[in-house]
Design a binder for this molecule. Structure first.
Ligand SMILES: NC(=O)c1ccc[n+]([C@@H]2O[C@H](COP(=O)([O-])OP(=O)(O)OC[C@H]3O[C@@H](n4cnc5c(N)ncnc54)[C@H](O)[C@@H]3O)[C@@H](O)[C@H]2O)c1
Length: 276
């Protein structure tokens, strides 16, 4: 995989959760390619560190769960850059107690994970899509996860928020298409990446808990960023960082197909059940 060669000069990107991990790696690549890159992150210390390491980045502290703050940041970006060529809705969190039983998880954990992972993306889109529409051939990149496509016995807050994020990206794409708007939507689907987010898996849960016997080498955030830059260039709809992990999604669809085939064989089509 090669790094970006196409110039981003004169173009502006906004990346939520951009002060660390995958977001920061994408920010670096875009900045190296000449783009003006704004990182928005909830943690002021990591924002300060990221902008000290990469002085070309514009760092803004903000919580994606706060719609008013996100609208304020969007106004700031509009005042400074006019529009946004790439919006990367990327901020995400995993629950602090991944092993908890679904029915015993406290409300606070559901609210926090859905607040960041789902409502954070919604707030980001509401604040920034108007700026994306100011630019020609602009793009929206949404970080989902393989967790969008299979169920696991751990972290139900995460494994139920990410399917919603992936569906949100597809719904956005469908709406842009319906309205004939020239905005590309790309869904980023990472598997295990060596960031702070994944650290709990190393501490308390082996990747095997999650992935069974699938080969699943961990990837660096830079490796993900290289794939992202190339995918943006090609206006791809999906980036599957670990293609072998798609087996997990296949097994879900195979189970559904089997269940439908069985049901159809026993009870017939919807017409034979009274539909007209
Ligand atoms: N690391 C993995 O293995 C992996 C796998 C699949 C998907 N992802 C997804 O990739 C995205 C980035 O994760 P990462 O691995 O780089 O993790 P990370 O923890 O290194 O980075 C996430 C960043 O988001 C910021 N953030 C958290 N809550 C926020 C909030 N409320 N408002 C603004 N910023 C906030 C954090 O401060 C952090 O800097 C997430 O959406 C995550 O779900 C990661």
């Amino acid at each position: 995989m090669t790094a970006e060669t196409r110039s981003w000069a004169g173009r502006t990107a906004v990346i939520t959760g951009g002060a660390r991990g995958i977001g920061l790696a994408v920010a670096r690549r875009l900045s190296e390619a000449g783009g003006a890159v704004v990182i928005v992150d909830v943690d002021p210390d990591v924002v300060a560190k990221a902008t000290a390491d990469v002085p070309a980045l514009v760092g803004i502290t903000g919580d994606v769960r706060d719609p008013e703050r996100m609208a304020g940041i969007a106004e700031e970006v509009r005042g400074r850059f006019g529009g946004v060529d790439l919006l990367h809705a990327n901020a995400g969190v995993t629950p602090r107690e991944p092993g908890e039983r679904l029915w015993e998880i406290p409300d606070e954990s559901w609210q926090w994970v859905f607040g960041v992972n789902l409502f954070g993306v919604i707030n980001t889109l509401r604040a920034f899509v108007p700026l994306v529409l100011e630019r020609a051939s602009s793009q929206v990149l949404v970080t989902a996860s393989y967790a969008a496509y299979f169920a696991a016995p751990i972290s139900p807050e995460y494994f139920t928020s990410k399917p919603a994020v992936a569906s949100l990206a597809e719904a956005l794409d469908a709406q842009f298409r319906r309205e004939g708007l020239d905005v590309g939507v790309t869904t980023l689907v990472p598997s295990l990446v060596t960031t702070d987010l994944g650290r709990w898996r190393e501490d308390r849960w082996s990747p095997e808990t999650l992935l069974g016997s699938l080969p699943n080498p961990r990837m660096s955030p830079e490796g993900v960023a290289d794939q992202v830059i190339e995918a943006l260039d090609r206006r791809q709809r999906y980036v599957f960082t670990h293609p072998e992990s798609f087996e997990l999604a296949r097994s879900r669809f195979a189970a559904l197909e089997e269940a439908v085939a069985e049901d159809l064989a026993r009870f017939g089509s919807s017409e034979s059940r009274g539909a007209s």
